[in-house]
Write a protein that binds this ligand. Structure first.
Ligand SMILES: Cc1cc2nc3c(=O)[nH]c(=O)nc-3n(C[C@H](O)[C@H](O)[C@H](O)COP(=O)(O)OP(=O)(O)OC[C@H]3O[C@@H](n4cnc5c(N)ncnc54)[C@H](O)[C@@H]3O)c2cc1C
Length: 466
């Protein structure tokens, strides 16, 4: 079938104004912020559905004519996940912004196009409730972020699992509803751990390669009376590790980021020039009633001081900035001042974090990149000392020599982290996760993908590759 014929079939579903195959409309979708290292590619069609039924019809056509479908929620993931590497239909879901809040059950039902700002604004009517937010741009889709399991400044206390059940349109156009949503006469889709395996988990960390999530039911949490943020400076990297472990085990903090900044990274990140040496600092989020926060703060500082740490007493304006970011009063864009931000996120035990940091520093020096910002966050549940690790480098994608350096850095750090030993990589990014290296796990993942999507229409070119 010809391209104009496909366009006209799709237009019958969503209306002429919500579909395009015009080159001018394809160009904005052909690249993301990592375009110097992720090869850009244009979709053939961009379509903006408004309902689950429309998505079912679109996917049926795509399956019949074997046209790739790339789900797109906001397109701000950092490694090419929404690039239509095989062309096809770019499914832009930003019109699907329904939000239903069940105050009593502490649940929200959200469409895939709802971003964090929209949800935070909707929750303003319920001042005792909140959703947990990442340090990401406020335009990130809540469902995409929770599906891919983001990282949140509150993860030391609350973890990263905030999605309960989902409605999913499968590649054959049928609907799968997970958890209690499948139970006849259920009081609501509010429980994922019933009736057998939790199938939401099977779809959760796949990057649009198994189906299209059209609704998510997510956890809401009580809004604390007080949130306070402290930055504690330490003499060296290793001296932060034991305090971070104690804060986590004693449940003293909502989050503790163990961080280091090269001087240039600090300048780019925080806009401050008065620190000329590498900074080792723990960023601590305290939450609770006023009394609880005061008590936590005193314990946290005591533990820090015993390890050589010192409260940085950063100026009021800086604390306000952090709070504004944290509460999503505005978009979070730190670290963008050099143009691009590269990271190699993964999970490992807290006791290995100094080794990951030293390897990151060594390879940044080898590759002449002097903007290392390294961060690690112990997470709930802390069994196995579960810790998120992220070496970040701010760089300029407009300079061809820096592109080559960052490419080499990515290879070096990936190899050295695997040498040290990690639990695994943060997300199924192409070029980072290779299902062929994962033995029987990789084989079964590929077989499940084949079973659910035999024509490989869902976001082809992303893991698990056939
Ligand atoms: C500077 C910066 C800092 C960030 N820091 C953090 C951070 O600290 N913590 C954090 O959690 N996040 C952070 N993020 C964002 C994060 O990386 C996620 O990628 C983001 O939340 C998801 O992006 P998105 O909503 O634009 O989804 P997209 O980029 O549109 O989609 C991401 C992937 O999910 C698939 N997908 C999207 N929606 C659906 C759906 N409904 N059904 C099926 N598949 C779907 C897409 O095909 C794609 O593969 C940061 C991003 C930036 C730019």
């Amino acid at each position: 079938m010809s391209k104009p014929e496909i366009t006209s079939k799709l237009a019958k579903i969503v209306g002429e104004e919500h579909i395009s195959d015009d080159l001018a409309d394809m160009i904005p979708y052909e690249r993301d912020d990592q375009f110097p290292i992720v090869v850009p590619h244009r979709p053939d069609y961009v379509i903006q559905p408004a309902t689950t039924e429309e998505i079912q019809q679109i996917v049926r056509i795509a399956n019949e004519y074997k046209i790739p479908v790339v789900p797109f929620a906001a397109g701000i993931n950092r490694k090419g996940l929404c690039i239509a590497t095989h062309g096809g239909i770019l499914l832009d879901m930003r019109r699907m912004t329904h939000i239903e809040i069940d105050e009593e059950m502490m649940i929200a039902k959200i469409g895939p196009g709802v971003n964090f700002t929209q949800l935070v604004v909707a929750l303003n009517k319920y001042p005792h409730l909140r959703c947990l937010t990442p340090d990401a741009p406020a335009t990130a889709s809540v469902l995409a972020n929770y599906m891919l399991r983001g990282i949140y400044p509150t993860a030391t206390r609350y973890g990263i699992d905030h999605l309960i059940t989902m409605e999913i349109v499968l590649p054959n156009g049928k609907i799968l509803d997970t958890g209690s949503a499948a139970t006849p006469n259920s009081p609501g889709p509010y429980c994922g751990i019933v009736n057998g395996p939790d199938l939401a988990k099977l779809f959760q960390a796949n990057v649009g390669t198994m189906g299209v999530a059209t609704e998510g039911r997510i956890r809401l949490y009580p809004m604390p009376e007080k949130i306070e943020i402290r930055m504690i400076r330490f003499p060296n990297f290793q001296s932060m590790i034991d305090p971070a472990k104690q804060y986590t085990l004693q449940n003293l903090v909502a989050g503790v980021w163990v961080m280091t900044f090269a001087p240039l990274a600090l300048e780019l990140f925080m806009n401050t020039k008065n620190i000329t040496e590498e900074l080792f600092a723990a960023l601590v989020f305290l939450e609770g009633t006023r009394e609880e926060v005061a008590e936590q703060k005193s314990r946290v500082l005591q533990i820090a001081e015993a390890a050589g740490g010192e409260d940085m007493n950063f100026p009021d304006f800086m604390e306000k900035e952090f709070l504004l970011d944290h509460r999503y009063m505005r978009s979070f864009i730190r670290g963008w001042r050099k143009g691009n931000l590269w990271g190699c996120s993964c999970y490992g035990p807290l006791k290995n974090v100094t080794k990951y940091y030293e390897a990151s520093k060594k390879f940044c020096q080898k590759n002449d990149l002097d903007t290392l910002h390294f961060e690690a966050l112990p997470m709930h549940p802390f069994h196995g000392e579960l810790t998120y690790i992220d070496p970040c480098v701010m760089w300029d994608g407009g300079k061809p020599e820096e592109v080559e350096l960052v490419r080499q850095l990515a290879k070096d750090i990936r190899a050295s982290f695997l040498d040290i030993g990690i639990y695994g990589f943060f997300r199924a990014f192409p070029g980072v996760v290779n299902s062929q290296e994962l033995g029987m796990y990789g084989e079964i993942w590929r077989k499940i993908k084949q079973l659910i999507d035999p024509n490989n229409i869902m976001n082809p070119g992303k893991p698990p590759l056939p």
